[in-house]
Ligand binder design. Structure first.
Ligand SMILES: [Zn+2]
Length: 505
């Protein structure tokens, strides 16, 4: 049975060879049979010199990894339709996108894109020695959106009794790519989600295709049997994207269920996916969970709990992985990327976090939150854990400062408001330093450092605005969320920049 750990390098991870060795050693020592590298645009393809951002994984690194860890399969996860945004948001890649400023999908009717997919497979096979070549295919939500695709798929059906034009378009794109992998003597693999949405796309699909059936709640009992005639890998995840750090209970349940189903249904394997270790959440802080999941993949009923698996970091893991979730609100699991972190770090305007999450720091709540974070700092046994805790403390403190600044601003006390925002710059300097440490220690996101710098620069802009307009110099006092918006324009009292949403597309 395959036991795979998939590392997501596409969220701007910038690993050195040493970092890649750390990943491989962790996988091998834990008992995985393979390390999956989820790449997207983060590989130095000779065919796309224009897409090689700083810190991309290189063929030489992969060769070194393969010779240093000969018994570990290093599986490339390339993505050849959905999640192509890292390519098409480059100038040379613009022609590949399905729509402008929306979605993550390339256009399967763009001949240059189809050629690029073939070239990417050729280069991948030349570098990676693994039996399995994973060509992606997940989350292609924009099938048929562009006029070229709409025209091609009109009236097409794989099964005339169950007409599904999107299934036809999807299969029409992927079948030649699957056959290219087979012709090279390798095993093609794809994500299962689009086949579950468009079941006829499985008809006539080459049966050698290995299906990675990912479900991040419960297991694959219901879904795996739907891939009748295909071999299936059960894929759970670490519940990270919607967490301040990681939701331990959800992770434990999901991993156990998938492992159990893999055994009971006699599936081809188990693949732990670990996505989005960004926004001050370094990969090495979850290594104990990765190691534990390998043991559960072998023995799903093992009594060893996930918090226990953290060893000397168990108390820290319970603080941030269980007790913090119990605080509810923005700390509870949701279907979204963690909203507080997203608003503080991704949108170029940390004041959006104040606008939407002020309730987090009302009354006793802020004290309880800070107490919990302080406790986690006390228990953090290493730098990875400490950095997660320090980052969360700075985020909560930033929220408190923005709120206090607003209270003064609303009362017309401009100087006092500035007095509250000035130290907030220091918090984002701290966050930038933590992001840099995460980059140096484990190859963390380079964009994280810039996100913190951008937030800090915006705080400086807001301070200048309060100095200029905080005493009603315009004749009116702009609402705090207006003044702190990057598009704030003095004298535009009615905010015309908000009225014409279409103009910003
Ligand atoms: Zn198209």
């Amino acid at each position: 049975m395959h036991r795979i750990w998939m590392v997501d390098l596409a969220r701007e991870q910038a690993p050195t060879l040493d970092h890649l060795y750390q990943y491989a050693a962790t996988a091998q020592n834990a008992g995985y049979t393979a390390l999956g590298l989820y790449l997207e645009h983060r590989f130095a393809y000779a065919d796309t010199p224009w897409s090689q951002g700083k810190g991309v994984v290189t063929p030489a690194q992969i060769q070194s990894l393969q010779s240093e860890f000969p018994s570990l399969q290093i599986i490339p996860f390339i993505n050849l339709l959905g999640h192509f945004e890292g390519f098409f948001n480059c100038e040379e890649g613009r022609i590949f996108r399905e729509e402008t400023f929306t979605g993550l999908q390339a256009c399967p009717s763009c001949p240059e894109f189809v050629t690029l997919c073939q070239n990417i497979i050729t280069e991948t096979i030349a570098t990676f020695k693994s039996e399995i070549i994973h060509i992606g295919g997940d989350e292609t939500a924009q099938l048929g959106k562009c006029p070229r695709c709409a025209e091609r798929m009109a009236g097409q059906a794989i099964d005339p009794n169950k007409p599904d034009e999107k299934a036809w378009l999807y299969q029409d794109h992927f079948t030649p790519l699957i056959n290219q992998v087979i012709a090279a003597g390798r095993r093609p693999a794809m994500w299962g989600d689009m086949f579950l949405q468009h079941p006829t796309a499985l008809e006539n699909l080459p049966k050698q295709t290995l299906i990675f059936d990912w479900h991040y709640v419960n297991g694959v009992k219901e879904s795996a049997p739907k891939f009748n005639g295909f071999e299936v890998i059960a894929c759970p995840t670490t519940a990270v994207y919607n967490a301040a750090w990681m939701h331990l209970n959800r992770t434990e349940h999901n991993v156990r269920e998938c492992a159990k189903d893999a055994h009971e249904l006699n599936l081809a394997g188990f693949c732990l996916t670990t996505w989005e270790q960004v926004m001050l959440n370094p990969y090495d802080s979850i290594f104990p969970a990765v190691e534990w999941a390998a043991r559960i993949a072998i023995n799903p009923t093992s009594p060893e709990s996930l918090p226990e698996a953290f060893g000397e970091a168990e108390q820290w893991a319970r603080n941030l992985g269980i007790e913090l979730e119990e605080m509810g609100g923005v700390w509870a699991a949701s279907g979204h990327r963690h909203k507080l972190k997203t608003r503080l770090l991704l949108m170029g305007n940390p004041f959006l976090a104040w606008l939407h999450h002020r309730d987090e720091i009302q009354g006793e709540r802020a004290k309880q939150l800070l107490l919990l974070i302080e406790k986690s700092i006390h228990y953090a046994p290493n730098e990875a854990c400490k950095n997660v805790s320090f980052g969360l403390r700075a985020m909560i403190e930033a929220l408190i400062m923005m709120n206090e600044a607003h209270v003064h601003y609303a009362k017309g006390e401009a100087d006092a408001a500035i007095g509250k925002l000035a130290p907030m710059r220091y918090l984002f300097e701290t966050l930038a330093r933590l992001a840099k440490e995460n980059n140096e220690r484990i190859g963390g996101s380079l964009a994280d450092i810039q996100r913190c710098n951008i937030a800090k620069a915006h705080i400086e802009t807001v301070i200048t605005r309060i100095r200029k307009y905080g005493n009603r110099e315009l004749g009116y006092l702009p609402a705090f969320e207006v003044l702190t918006n990057p598009r704030f324009t003095p004298h535009d009292q009615s905010c015309w920049w908000l009225v014409n949403k279409w103009a910003n597309e």
